[in-house]
Design a protein around this ligand. Sequence first.
Ligand code: NAD
Length: 430
Amino acid sequence: MTTPSPHKQGLLRVLDASRYVTDFKKGLLAHLANPRRAITVCFPVEMDDGSVRSFFGYRVLHNNVLGPGKGGIRYHPDLTLEEVSSLAALMTWKCALIGVPFGGAKGGVVCDTKQLSEGELRRITRRFIAELGDNIGPHTDIPAPDMYTNAQTMAWIYDTYDAMHPGRNNRPVVTGKPVDQGGSLGRQDATGRGVVFATEHYLGIRGVNGHRSLQGLRVAIQGFGNVGSAAAKALVERGAVIVALGDSQGAIHAPEGIDPAQAMAFKQRNGRLCGMPGTTNISNAELITADCDILIPAATASQVHADNAPDVRARLVVEAANDPVTPQADLILHQHGITVLPDILANAGGVCVSYFEWVQNIQNEQWTEDEVLHKLRERMSRAVGQVLRHSEALQNDHPDDAHAALLRTAALALAMERVSCAVLERGIWP
Ligand code: NAD
């Protein structure tokens, strides 16, 4: 069965969720489904060997009715404007749902970071930011790290913007900076920890296999990068057992549990998880259908699809990655009694702490890590509670409607309701 592209999936989901938005003005649909602004730039960069290469870059502002645009900058050789646009829309819904005063944005440069020196990356970043000019800014559109960009990239962005706008506090122009350049404590692990806070709050209300906490629950995690490793650590701290763990080269299985610290040390030594002593090698396909209570896809899109969804044995799927469950799989999992905590809710911890960084930068303050995590837990828990309540209301209004029963529908409808309400409250210009 063919899987629609994440971009098409996103559009289908917005279209579908709009049916459940209270008093929705149908004329807003195209406005909410498409970017408000999409910028393409092409710029030359001098390479280390003296040659010159041209690079394409994008910045898309999907919506800014709730506040300035917010979203990552990714560097990838296959990056397209379509992909950037779809990720920008996801940011709009995520920010609206978690209750931070931002709109959605995303950007990036088409390049392969593995083929570029640090100096070339720095020149690409500076020139890209100069090309974007005042289309980014502390109160207009605020970038952050994404695939193949990091705190160093954000420091270059801050420095470039600061050079272009001397004499102001420009730190809030970008988040995910190094801590001594105004980055927030707790930002590095925020998405993974947010995934765990969301899961814990869900368990406290609805439970999984009779468990109301993570203690003793068996978890399979696909992806052992930034998000997957932080989630694994926080899960084990709370008594969960990691029974399967995977990266792009394969996965490992151990019914008695995998220690994330040992797995990280093994991966750092060997470049992969497969072969770790005390575990059995399995494929990523086997990880998705492994015997466990909770499945956390934390790698990439479309990993749970129509073909493997019927075999998923977890009772709860927590989307740490963006779009890991396809729309067809959503319905199949629902038919099998499996709940999905959707990406725009479960992985919103990163943008939430990005917002905390922005607030700290505006105030010229630095909060402690405990303070950041306490606030993060509060926001994740509040959003999960709101989505569960909204889902109950939707199911009462639409009995026997499978779409209305999905937490994704409730989350998206709630986010769209907040955005469309704001458009109407502010009054459509002119
Ligand atoms: P990362 O690059 O640090 O880690 C990705 C992990 O997934 C790696 O272990 C990699 O080996 C593995 N992987 C990649 N392709 C795979 C495949 N086809 N099969 C199995 N494993 C594969 O990335 P990350 O920052 O941890 O992000 C993971 C996901 O979470 C992405 O979808 C990202 O968009 C999403 N996300 C990240 C953040 C954040 O703050 N980092 C926030 C929200 C959403």
